[in-house]
Ligand binder design. Structure first.
Ligand code: FAD
Ligand code: NAD
Length: 467
């Protein structure tokens, strides 16, 4: 039986990064993956393919809606869906091949098959051809990720009632789509199809889209989504979804109990994801899960069984690839005797719509709830020269700073390239900068980042210059 210092179960961004860091630290490492390609949800059916389709659809949308204003004439503009999906597949392949390369480079043994605990140190790998292999590992990292969740009364048939996985593979642009859930997946994939000409209705249970982010962001993004033609039904509770081989019917009640009936080609169910621990044999290793099915871990991400750690979507916290990566690094370094640390408050959240939404730190609602004295500085993109040049004037940057110390407590942006711009706010907050610190730094002109400087100026004694 092969023996390892560390076995990692799951090759998503949590698992493969943990494996690389373990190998870098001199630990003999194996990674187990039930699918034939590495990279997990993120690379195969999540972050990467969705961003590929978001980019393709945004190009089409711009060509259709903005090129003429830019002085560019196009004839016979059309969507070639098979080509769009093919390109997405190529992007995924290049990216997952890259992980194969990284495993070889770091001398990590890759074992394909479904891993399950026989004991706390023994793992059985059931391969696709029916054969089985067992390995022994002094330490194990569980990085088995998550799967789409559904509602008790909805049966996902993967044909008309679909999850994000199927929505990344549609053969042609549907004429109508109902999306259940106005969270990240609903808005990103809803945007893809709306831009391509599909009539998209998003049904959200809460009174705002992206309800867990700063409330002002939901309002800003909602305005842009409506401009694009997306219908938003907030405060609506879905109660029934039925499908035939060609269509779906979704019934929902508004706050007053009034029923709406929506008919469409597809219903995309995007109401969250559930931790994936199916047939993992956790009971054989004494690993406990909480009432939501997530593996319980302590501050070192060690489970109820010593030597078994868990990271990423399968434990508490935001289901984000970069959160999973940081946790993989933390566990590897902790095992190697180091004292790593993650500041969870400063893990940014991004929604890759257009405009993008990006956020770090406390929301205004959280500051109110914690009774933290704060001040707000904001700057709209319509006042940015760079944004006017590229016709990206929707959105705003909002800086929340401590009323007395001026320390930045949160930054929330809805606007062009917000996903990239939020990094500046993360750096500033890691170094506990004040709003004045950002407002005194030179930002190249003309750039979108000037909006952050202006919002910081606005938070610093209302000193914005361009509004
Ligand atoms: P996963 O990536 O889910 O990987 C787990 C792996 O473990 C899988 O490959 C699975 O096959 C394997 N596995 C499970 N059980 C076993 C077993 N018993 N034996 C062997 N292998 C097993 N996050 C972002 O930060 N940015 C984004 O833009 C973003 N976009 C997304 C878009 C979509 C459509 C979706 C669905 C998700 C998106 N996410 C995004 C979330 C992100 O994909 C997850 O947070 C991330 O993949 C979690 O990483 P992980 O390593 O914990 O698990
Ligand atoms: P989510 O939690 O972001 O959104 C789910 C939404 O569905 C919520 O707004 C919720 O209020 C709503 N909802 C729940 N029950 C409902 C009901 N009965 N009727 C109507 N609405 C209902 O979940 P998601 O969008 O499915 O995404 C899953 C996970 O994947 C998220 O945790 C997210 O972090 C991750 N993800 C991240 C990115 C990114 O970082 N850009 C992109 C996609 C997915």
């Amino acid at each position: 039986m092969a023996k390892y210092d560390v076995a990692v179960i799951g090759s998503g961004p949590g698992g493969y990064v943990a494996a690389i860091r373990c190998a870098q630290l001199g630990l003999k490492t194996a990674i187990i993956e039930r699918y034939s390609t590495l990279g997990g949800t993120c690379l195969n059916v999540g972050c990467i393919p969705s961003k590929a389709l978001l980019d393709s659809s945004e190009h089409y949308h711009q060509a259709k809606e903005q090129f003429e204003t830019h002085g560019i004439k196009l004839e016979k503009l059309a969507v070639d869906m098979p080509q769009m999906i093919k390109r997405k597949g190529e992007v995924v392949k290049q990216t997952t091949d890259g992980i194969d390369f990284l495993m070889k480079k770091n001398k990590i043994d890759v074992l394909h098959g479904h891993g399950s605990f026989k004991s706390a140190t023994q793992i059985e790998i059931a391969k696709e051809d029916g054969s089985k292999e067992e390995i022994e590992a002094s330490k194990v990292i569980i990085a088995t990720g998550s799967k789409p969740a559904t509602l008790p009364f909805i049966k996902i048939d993967k044909k008309r009632i679909i999850t994000s996985t199927e929505a990344l593979e549609l053969k042609k642009v549907p004429s109508k789509m109902v999306v259940i859930g106005g969270g990240v997946i609903g808005l990103e994939l809803g945007s893809v199809y709306a831009r391509l000409g599909c009539e998209v209705t998003i049904v959200e249970y809460m009174d705002s889209i992206i309800p867990t982010m700063d409330r002002s962001m939901g309002k800003e993004l909602g305005r842009s989504m409506k401009k694009m033609g997306v219908k938003l039904l907030t405060s609506h509770k879905v109660k029934e979804v039925t499908g035939t081989s060609r269509s779906v019917t979704v019934k929902a009640d508004d706050k007053k109990g009034k029923e709406v009936v929506l008919k469409a080609d597809y219903c995309l169910v995007a109401v969250g994801r559930r931790p994936y621990t199916d047939n993992l044999g956790l009971e054989n290793a004494g690993v406990k899960v909480n009432d939501r099915g997530r593996i319980e871990v302590d501050e070192h991400l060690e489970s109820s069984t010593k030597g078994i750690f868990a990271i990423g979507d399968v434990i508490k916290g935001a289901m984000l690839a970069h959160k999973a990566e940081e946790e993989g690094i933390l566990v590897a370094e902790y095992m190697a005797g180091q004292k790593p640390h993650i500041n969870y408050l400063l893990i940014p959240g991004v929604v890759y719509t257009w405009p993008e939404v990006a956020s770090v730190g406390y929301t205004e609602e959280q500051l109110k709830e914690n009774k933290t004295p704060y001040k707000v500085g904001s700057f709209p993109f319509k006042a940015s020269g760079r944004a006017r040049a590229s016709m990206d004037t929707d959105g705003v940057v909002k800086v929340l700073a401590h009323e007395e110390t001026d320390e930045i407590l949160g930054v929330h942006m809805c606007g062009p390239r917000a996903a990239d711009m939020i990094a500046e706010a993360v750096v500033a907050m890691e170094f506990r900068a004040s709003a004045e610190d950002i407002s005194r730094m030179s930002h190249a002109h003309p750039t979108f980042t000037e909006a952050l400087k202006e919002a910081a100026l606005a938070a610093t004694d209302n000193r914005a210059l361009h509004i």
